[in-house]
Design a protein around this ligand. Structure first.
Ligand code: DQA
Length: 144
C-alpha cells in the first residue's frame, strides 16, 4: 500500500467556479486541488486529483487505484452517483476504501439525487460542506 489518495471527480466538475455557484460555491477544481495538496502535506500523504466527464474513466481509475495499492479514494462521481451501477460494482470489486464526496447535500435537493449507488459501497460519505467536504474526507482517508 502507498500513501497516495486518489481524488476522482466526475462530470461537469471541471466547470466548478462557473457552474451554479449558488449551489457549488465559487472555488474552482484547481482551487480545491490546491487546498487538498496543502492539507495532504500536513497529513504526510500524497493526493492525485483527477477529473473526467466519462463514466468509464472513473471505473478505470478505480481499478488503477487497486492495482497501484492506493491508500484510499475520494470519489465525487457527480451525476453518475445517482445512475451508475457500474460504479457501484467497481467500488465493490476493489479493496481500496472509497469515501463518497459531494459539495452540495444531494439528499436535500431533487428526489432523483436522493439515491446514491456510490454510497451503497462507500465506507463513508461527506457532503454539503462545499469545498470543505473534500478536506474533511481527506482527513478521514488519512486515518484509514
Ligand atoms: C454533486 C451532486 C450531484 O447530485 C451533482 O450531479 C453534481 C455534483 C456535488 O458535489 O454536490 O454534479 O456531486
Amino acid at each position: 500500500m502507498t500513501d497516495t489518495i486518489y481524488v476522482l471527480n466526475g462530470p461537469n466538475l471541471n466547470l466548478l467556479g462557473l457552474r451554479e455557484p449558488e449551489i457549488y460555491g465559487s472555488a474552482t477544481l484547481d482551487d480545491i486541488a490546491g487546498m487538498l495538496e496543502d492539507r495532504a502535506r500536513e497529513l504526510g500523504v500524497e493526493v492525485d486529483v483527477r477529473q473526467t466527464n466519462h463514466e468509464g474513466h472513473l471505473i478505470d481509475w478505480l481499478h488503477e487505484a487497486q492495482a497501484e495499492g492506493a491508500k484510499a479514494v475520494l470519489l465525487n462521481a457527480a451525476a453518475y452517483t445517482h445512475t451508475s451501477i457500474a460504479l457501484l460494482d467497481a467500488i465493490r470489486a476493489i479493496k481500496v476504501p472509497v469515501i463518497e464526496v459531494h459539495l452540495s447535500d444531494p439528499k436535500t435537493r431533487e428526489e432523483f439525487r436522493h439515491l446514491s449507488y456510490v454510497g451503497m459501497a462507500a465506507v463513508q460519505t461527506v457532503e454539503g460542506l462545499g469545498a470543505q467536504s473534500y478536506i474533511v474526507a481527506l482527513d478521514a482517508a488519512a486515518l484509514l
